[in-house]
Ligand binder design. Structure first.
Ligand code: PGA
Length: 261
């Protein structure tokens, strides 16, 4: 398998502290060996309190630990928030931003997402910008319009920050809202056109090699092989299915097996 694939496990709030630790201790060797597979990157995104212990457990391995969100401020009177600098200090290397559940439940706006993105770059953390349209926007043919709005500030930031990037990957995860947790994935032709379009936007406005495009939304071991062959897709953001290690491992292995050339 020549192409490199990234698999990000978004544990959301499925696990409490003990359950996260049990998942890791029970499957430690298998997780490490999965991350040692050629051309594979494994990133686990637990809730905030588990980031530090997991980063310690995996510090001599290729497994990376990520966060599910960060503050759009650097410091100050922002009760309950966690800044990018702290995340970096506790071993977090990747951070999701703009996830539809945070846009929806916490009123996160594209401006807030752009500020978070900038702060993550300043602190050496790879952002995973989540974009995607609602079911209504999909049905009304507004996918490109919505995604363009979600992308444009971030593309501008990257084009002004090329020197800061230092080889750091920048992820864009296309996650149509109507596919998250629904056992539904978009038709292949739709995915092909969205990924080709995102890739074209990047090439046009900010042609650096740091970008990696991921798909998220009901990824499982059955659909992953087909989706992984779609041009420009180089990884997956996986929610519910990643909380059962055997299923997460199957997703990674099906991708590897399906792409041996
Ligand atoms: P899902 O979630 O895999 O459970 O659909 C993906 C996500 O929200 O990141």
């Amino acid at each position: 398998m020549k192409k490199r694939y990234t698999f990000i496990a978004n544990w959301k709030m499925y696990f409490d502290f003990s359950e996260s630790m049990n998942y890791v201790t029970k499957n430690l060797d298998q997780i490490i060996s999965l991350a040692d597979s050629p051309n594979v990157s494994i990133i686990l995104c637990p809730s905030f309190p588990m980031i530090y212990p997991l980063a310690q457990i995996f510090r001599q391995t290729k497994v990376q630990i990520g966060a599910q969100n960060c503050s759009d401020h650097t410091s100050g009177s922002f009760t309950g928030q966690v800044c990018a600098k702290t995340l970096n200090q506790i071993g977090c290397r990747v951070c999701l931003i703009g996830h539809s559940e945070i846009r929806r439940y916490k009123n996160e706006t594209d401006d807030m997402v752009a500020k978070k993105f900038d702060m993550l770059l300043d602190n050496g953390i790879s952002p995973v910008l989540c974009v995607g349209e609602s079911e209504a926007d999909y049905k009304n043919g507004k996918t490109f319009e919505v995604v363009e709005e979600q992308l444009k500030r971030v593309i501008l930031i990257v084009s002004h920050a090329v020197k800061k990037l230092n080889g750091m990957p920048i992820y864009i995860a296309y996650e149509p809202e109507w596919c998250i947790g629904t056992a539904t994935t978009p038709p292949s032709d739709k995915l092909e056109s969205v990924f080709a379009w995102i890739s074209m936007q990047i090439q046009k406005h900010c042609p650096v090699s740091n970008w990696q495009l991921l798909y998220g939304g009901s990824v499982d071991a059955e659909n992953v092989t087909k989706i992984s062959k779609i041009p420009y897709i180089s990884g997956f953001l996986i929610g519910k299915t990643s909380t059962t290690f055997e299923l997460f491992e199957k997703i990674v292995k099906s991708t590897i097996l399906g792409n041996i050339s």
